[in-house]
Ligand binder design. Structure first.
Ligand SMILES: Nc1ncnc2c1ncn2[C@@H]1O[C@H](COP(=O)(O)OP(=O)(O)OP(=O)(O)O)[C@@H](O)[C@H]1O
Ligand SMILES: [Mg+2]
Length: 111
């Protein structure tokens, strides 16, 4: 059984009293396409930002490209983002960091 390419292990994230992610678990296998659906404010972008390493979880682990990036430095994250192991695009309306392209809420992950 291959390891997941992306994995949330019991991820929780709150901004003050606003609990956005609460013990979230999911796997994405290599080649698998996953769509995150939910009403506005449910935490879709926050989830993507964890995958890109723009946000850190309060607890839990985030695995990308088979690597536990939870405690990665910005330098290590840049390597994961821009060496083809994790290409991501997130529409940004509420964050300071904007990816170079604007594919609305679509992230593609490749080997
Ligand atoms: N950097 C931040 N600081 C504080 N609160 C934040 C931050 N980013 C997101 N939030 C809050 O987290 C919650 C989830 O936001 P998020 O942007 O993930 O929603 P979403 O599901 O992507 O919504 P939409 O469909 O409108 O894009 C919202 O209550 C939002 O205000
Ligand atoms: Mg969003």
């Amino acid at each position: 059984m291959p390891a997941p390419y992306i994995e949330f292990r019991d991820v929780s994230k709150a901004f003050g009293d606003n609990v956005v992610l609460e013990h979230v678990n999911f796997n994405v296998m290599t080649g698998e396409t996953v769509c995150i659906l939910g009403r506005s404010g449910v935490g879709k972008s926050v989830s993507l930002h964890h995958i890109m390493g723009f946000l850190k979880p309060d607890s839990g682990r985030v695995i990308v490209a088979g690597e536990d990036i939870t405690d990665y430095t910005e330098e290590q994250l840049e390597h994961v983002r821009y060496t083809g192991r994790c290409g991501g695009c997130a529409r940004e309306s509420n964050g300071p960091r904007v990816m170079p392209c604007r594919i609305d809420e679509i992230s593609t992950f490749r080997r």
